[in-house]
Design a protein around this ligand. Structure first.
Ligand code: SF4
Length: 344
């Protein structure tokens, strides 16, 4: 069945009209859906004929919260079940400016980054635009507040699900829906250069975040198979193109692993790569991931790394580690769940 959250208001209007219903019903349905009211029988302003047609054609439900873990720092990690019983994870983080939600764009991931639990069992399927969007609505119902920021950094490589992510970006921004500014949305990629260029041509005002994590192609190939396809130089060229088309500054994500990529030499190498670019570096102290042998960097080396970047004129911040006590890193909770509940 079609997920009704995949539809824009205009598409829903057209659909209703094609079934002999009035176009104005679409706005009524939309208002209910975005308030989290998904059962057509509870949509009191609708008539029976509209209700029956909706029920017949659409899957109308938000993902169902299966498990919710709340961290000491307020981070909420949710496992949610989709219509086809697949499980996704969504993380809600509280910042001084409001709530930010980290959504998944695929079930699993085929990119194979060695540090990531989401890819351990490969990719199951792409999420639809409505399945990406409805994670935000479900999250706002959990916290009882509007979500102000969204990051596509959960399970999946967003640019590998390009068309659905583009449609999601249009839906989430629509004024009849969540009306979330593109400036409050970050799309993260492991570096799909061809897609970065296509995204640049859309000239959207979203923030693009590149997961870099290493400073040489050789080192990157060891942890991110995508590096066999695209070199760091090709990524940097596509980032320049992205910035020239959109006027937006790009972020680089760099997860610090003790004794591996967190030395001062690594910091100088990163500074050299990004020299002269108006970019931002997010330094991420890695969570210890159960399946991995990675150790988090010491506070001293994290700070030292950041200082080198700042002294080289590159903006850098250290990302606050959130939800470390609840398996909050990408794909961890879903994976632990699937391991323990093989019956689902
Ligand atoms: S880090 Fe992102 S791109 Fe890499 S395997 Fe995990 S979900 Fe996929």
């Amino acid at each position: 069945m079609t997920n009704i959250y995949d539809y824009s208001l205009e598409e829903l209007k057209a659909w209703l009209v094609s079934r002999g219903e009035s176009a104005f019903r679409a706005k009524q349905v939309y208002d209910y859906l975005y308030k989290g009211i998904t059962d057509p029988d509870l949509m009191k302003t609708l008539n029976r004929s509209t209700i029956d047609k909706l029920k017949e054609h659409f899957h109308m439900a938000l993902p169902q919260v299966l498990e919710k873990r709340v961290s000491k720092d307020g981070t909420i990690k949710m496992l949610m079940v989709l219509e086809d019983k697949n499980i996704i994870e969504t993380v809600i983080m509280k910042y001084h400016y409001g709530y930010s939600v980290c959504v998944s764009s695929q079930i699993g991931c085929k990119m194979g980054c060695t540090f990531c639990a989401s890819t351990k069992d490969g990719m199951v399927r792409n999420l639809t635009p409505g399945e990406i969007l409805s994670q935000i609505i479900a999250a706002s119902l959990v916290v009882g507040e509007r979500i102000s920021h969204v990051v596509l950094m959960g399970s999946g490589e967003p640019l590998d699900n390009f068309d659905a992510v583009l449609k999601f970006l249009s839906l989430v921004n629509a004024k009849e829906g969540l009306h979330l500014s593109h400036r409050n949305i970050t799309v993260s990629t492991c570096g799909l250069v061809n897609r970065i260029i296509e995204l640049a041509d859309q000239k959207l005002q979203i923030t693009l975040a590149i997961s870099l994590h290493e400073t040489t192609d050789e080192a990157r190939k060891k942890i991110m198979p995508i590096a066999n396809k695209y070199s760091i130089q090709e990524i940097l060229n596509s980032v320049e193109y992205y910035m020239s088309k959109t006027g937006r500054r790009v972020s680089f994500e760099y997860a610090l692993v003790r004794g591996s990529n967190d030395t001062r030499e690594n910091a100088y190498a990163l500074a050299k790569l990004l020299e002269g670019m108006k970019v931002h570096v997010n330094l991420i102290p890695v969570n210890a991931i159960k399946e991995m042998l990675y150790l988090p960097s010491t506070n001293e080396s994290i700070q030292g790394f950041k200082d080198v970047l700042l002294q080289s004129g590159i903006e850098a911040t250290i990302r606050r580690e959130m939800g470390g006590d609840i398996d909050a890193a990408c794909g961890q909770l879903r994976r632990s769940y699937l391991e323990n509940r093989a019956d689902l």
